[in-house]
Design a protein around this ligand. Structure first.
Ligand code: GLU
Length: 276
């Protein structure tokens, strides 16, 4: 009896330590360390991507010029989408080996880290805080935060924002954080995505919408009653985000971006979408 109880305890401890070890292996991601070996299961390493023979990209679906779903074709179109295809063509030899999944500013990092997508190419600024959670490629686009208002608005720059101003922003964006620093008195209303945010502005729920100028230009081109005002008040360098520890994938993406800049394809994509 005693003997079997001892055996039971031993087995229990053994199983416990196996679980503990497994947990240690998996916590790689949060450690934020720069161990370059990392290829623990579920990571988007280059090998996994090559074995899957496709790259699953997280893109915006509601952001004109960067990632917008065309309602008549169902295709997602924009600068980010074309960058994703061009990078895929270099890594996997075929631009059609892509799958696109919709992300918002709020969902993109969780979706990357739970393995739903391999990479994010979705108007995403490289920040020190985000670097704790994901790895970034080199900068592939430079934006800056600005304001969109209805033409004739009293707000002509960030200096005109007072305690009475309702500023519309999107959850999970740097813009929602920055505006609180740059205009601490403002009342900030946060929406789930840019489609909802712009609808709210048009419905008069806020006095101004704030995010990257690049995104605001897309909105202004959709509705000529709205315009950008003032200078940009932040720097928003965009990067492609990958799971932490995917060093070989990051390298492959950086090599691909460099090649696109070198062979003129980057300029071609840029000129196709960016005309502001
Ligand atoms: N570039 C900013 C960001 O990464 C704003 C655009 C967005 O929300 O995606 O937060």
């Amino acid at each position: 009896m005693f003997k079997s109880k001892k055996l039971f305890t031993f087995m229990f401890l053994l199983i416990l330590s196996v679980f503990a070890l497994a947990a240690c292996g998996g916590s790689d991601e949060e450690s934020g360390g720069d161990s370059s070996s990392s290829s623990s299961e579920g990571e988007s390493t280059l090998e996994t991507i090559k074995a899957n023979d496709k790259i699953v990209w997280g893109v915006k679906n509601d952001t004109k010029l960067f990632g917008l779903k065309n309602p008549s074709t169902g295709e997602i179109e924009g600068f980010d989408v074309d960058i994703a295809k061009a990078v895929t063509e270099i890594i996997l030899g075929d631009a059609s080996k892509v799958e696109f999944k919709e992300v918002t500013s709020k969902t993109r990092i969780p979706m990357l880290n739970n393995g739903e997508i391999d990479a994010i190419v979705a108007t995403m600024t490289i920040t020190e805080e985000r670097k704790q959670e994901v790895d970034f490629s080199d900068v592939y686009f430079e934006a800056g935060q600005s304001l969109l208002v209805e033409k004739g608005s009293d707000i002509q720059s960030i200096d005109d924002i007072t305690a009475d101003t309702k500023v519309i922003a999107v959850k999970g964006s740097t813009s929602a954080i920055n505006i609180r620093e740059k205009a601490p008195d403002a009342q900030v209303l946060e929406f789930e995505n840019y489609a909802e945010a712009f609808t709210a502005l048009k419905a008069g729920q806020g006095d101004t919408l704030t995010t990257d100028n690049a995104i605001l230009y897309g909105m202004a081109s959709e509705d000529s009653n709205f315009e950008l005002v003032g200078d940009i008040f932040t720097d928003e360098p965009y990067g492609i985000a990958m799971k932490k520890g995917s060093d070989d994938f990051v390298q492959a993406v950086n090599d691909a971006l460099a090649e696109l800049k070198e062979n003129g394809k980057y300029d071609e994509i840029y000129n196709k979408w960016i005309n502001f």
